[in-house]
Design a protein around this ligand. Structure first.
Ligand SMILES: [Zn+2]
Length: 124
């Protein structure tokens, strides 16, 4: 095939933007990929995942910041609410903590060791 003919063939058979959109749409429907809700980045489908990693990070930071501001502005109210929640769910909370300690013994021990080491050093 001559170069000229080859180019003409390519022009005709190259997927059009419509074809690409169809393909994209099909993949989204098949749950192979997802388009980020805020920035249109395409990423591999994961259940419940609506945003790309970058946007997730940004959203997480924003949420953290909002929470911090809310806490600073409503400290007493938040603490009172926490207290009420604690009183109501004492047993559940203690049980969860017990489970956590049982499952993360090594992690907690090494954290305690590190803390002890750090504070011992400071004392001497
Ligand atoms: Zn995004």
């Amino acid at each position: 095939m001559s170069k000229k003919l080859w180019k003409a063939w390519l022009r005709e058979h190259r997927p059009s933007p419509e074809d690409l959109m169809d393909e994209l749409f099909r993949k989204i429907m098949l749950k192979e990929i997802t388009v980020c809700e805020t920035c249109d980045t395409i990423f591999d489908y994961k259940p419940q995942k609506k945003y790309c990693d970058n946007c997730r990070k940004v959203r997480y930071e924003e949420k953290k910041e909002r929470r911090k501001v809310h806490y600073e502005e409503n400290k007493e109210k938040v603490l009172a609410e926490n207290k009420v929640y604690y009183e109501k769910n004492k047993e559940k909370i203690h049980l969860r903590q017990k489970e956590y300690r049982k499952e993360n013994k090594e992690k907690i021990n090494s954290r305690n060791r590190a803390w002890y080491k750090k504070n011992k050093m400071r004392r001497n």
